[in-house]
Design a protein around this ligand. Structure first.
Ligand code: KG4
Ligand code: ZN
Length: 351
């Protein structure tokens, strides 16, 4: 039987300050404090994000420990996000985690943020049966869009990825064109429910292989609307639901098409969805239906484990510890804004 590792995990890669406590693969607490300071700027302001992390982190960690009813001395290890993410934000979480671990005389482990998004599927209770390796993963968030073959908990192969904007970014930027407040993705999704997805046709960029591209589509939304708004300043307001539905369909169609192709190419029949865009109603519905039609299945974790959270950082650390990799490596001491998901952790010092 596996030893039950008790891990305190910290996530601070972007604009959410998160802390979680795991006992083995089960989550005892998962606290997230989302920063609201960025709304008026229409996007995340890195300097404000790192300052807000500094303000929030002590309270968030304290609450996570209290909710888990665990004393710091009982913790076996502290895990933190080592990247990808905003450098200043990463630094706050990593510095706090290392200091906390050092004060306790326990090791601290740096975790790859995107791997953690995927590994959230292995948290106890998320699925009756967690996905068996190898499987496919589609990670769609505000910063990332990748189709991955997950060989095991640390070996990830990129099958396709966005060549420009991430899917969440495509939602947020087109929502901004429509005048919706940041982040526009969730609101656009809600408004789209009442609209006709065939009302507007926007450009769809064909890419090589299993890659994605959304920047041409975004420009197409802008250029389609510009003359219409010049003629009628209330055009967007009067067609808001149809515009949202058409935009949503365009983005979702690309994601569904490529995922189906990846499943056909690899013969893998399980697709694990992760990232904030996994909340999108149409994506969940269409992707599940399309995969089922082809004898494959879609796994979606609860939303709290899709958006940025510390429980996913914790499970990545627990899986690593369970595999016997209990020693700190050079990669654990590196924080980087960009880390290719297929970069072997053992080659981190070559960077
Ligand atoms: O994973 P996440 O919380 O943070 C990172 O970007 O890492 O994802 C946030 C992204 C934002 O772009 C947000 O607009 C998008 O996920 N999002 C949605 C929906 N909910 C969140 N996009 C489309 N439909 C949604 N329902
Ligand atoms: Zn994320």
């Amino acid at each position: 039987m596996n030893r039950i590792f008790k891990v305190l995990a910290i996530e601070s890669s972007c604009d959410d300050t998160g802390a979680a406590v795991l006992k083995g693969r089960s989550v005892c607490s998962n606290v997230v404090s989302s920063q609201t300071v960025h709304g008026e700027f229409g996007g995340v302001v890195p300097e404000l994000a790192s300052r807000a992390h500094v303000q929030n982190i002590v309270a968030v960690v304290d609450l996570a420990l209290k909710q888990a009813k665990i004393r710091p001395a009982e913790i076996d290890a502290v895990a933190f996000t080592r990247g990808p993410g905003l450098l200043g934000s990463l630094l706050v979480g990593a510095s706090f985690a290392r200091s906390f671990a050092s004060a306790l005389g326990k090791p601290s482990f740096g975790i790859h943020h995107i791997k953690a998004h995927v590994l959230a599927h292995h948290i106890e209770g998320v699925h009756v049966q967690p996905p068996e390796f190898p499987y496919l993963a589609l990670v769609v968030s505000g910063g990332h869009t990748q189709l991955l073959k997950v060989h095991d908990f640390e070996l990830f192969e990129i099958l396709g990825q966005t060549l420009d904007d991430a899917a969440g970014e495509a939602f947020d930027k087109t929502a901004k064109i429509l005048g919706l407040p940041y982040p526009g993705g969730p609101l656009l999704d809600r408004l789209a429910e009442e609209g006709n997805p065939e009302a507007f046709r926007f450009a769809k960029t064909r890419t090589d292989g299993l890659n994605f591209s959304f920047s041409g589509f975004k420009t197409s939304v802008l250029y389609t609307l510009r003359p219409l708004i010049e003629k009628d300043p209330a055009f967007v307001q009067n067609h808001l639901a149809d515009l949202c539905a058409s935009i949503r369909k365009n983005i979702c169609d690309s994601l569904v098409e490529r995922t189906l192709e990846a499943s056909a190419m690899t013969g893998l029949k399980t697709v694990a969805l992760s990232g904030g865009v996994a909340a999108n109603r149409l994506l969940r519905k269409e992707l599940a239906a399309a995969l089922e039609e082809h004898g494959a299945r879609l796994l979606v974790p609860p939303l709290a484990y899709c958006t940025d959270n510390a429980a996913m950082i914790g499970i990545a650390a627990v899986l690593r510890l369970e595999s016997g990799k209990t020693e700190r490596t050079f990669a654990d001491s590196l924080i980087k804004p960009r880390i290719p998901i297929d970069e072997p952790e053992s080659s981190a010092q070559a960077q």
